[in-house]
Design a protein around this ligand. Sequence first.
Ligand SMILES: [Zn+2]
Length: 95
Amino acid sequence: MVRLILYLLLAVLLITLLRSVLGILLKAAARWLLAGGSQASRSTPSGGELRQDPVCGVYISTATSYKLTEGGKVLHFCSEACREQYRRRKGEAKA
Ligand SMILES: [Zn+2]
């Protein structure tokens, strides 16, 4: 009977130990992923400023927008379609 209690105590101790180790590992993994993610992909809309799409008027983040440089100014579009539409419109204006 005493042995059973000892085993139980040991099991509880092991579980708490494993939990703390796992917690540390998970924290380290999350930090590593966050650090790697911010460098690898800039798809998160949290970065960059908001700019208005001159075609449809939608506000997009400069980090995710489709860019078009015109006369030293960078225009930001919500989609490839809007950028193409803007280009076409400019072409028509010149012609
Ligand atoms: Zn648009």
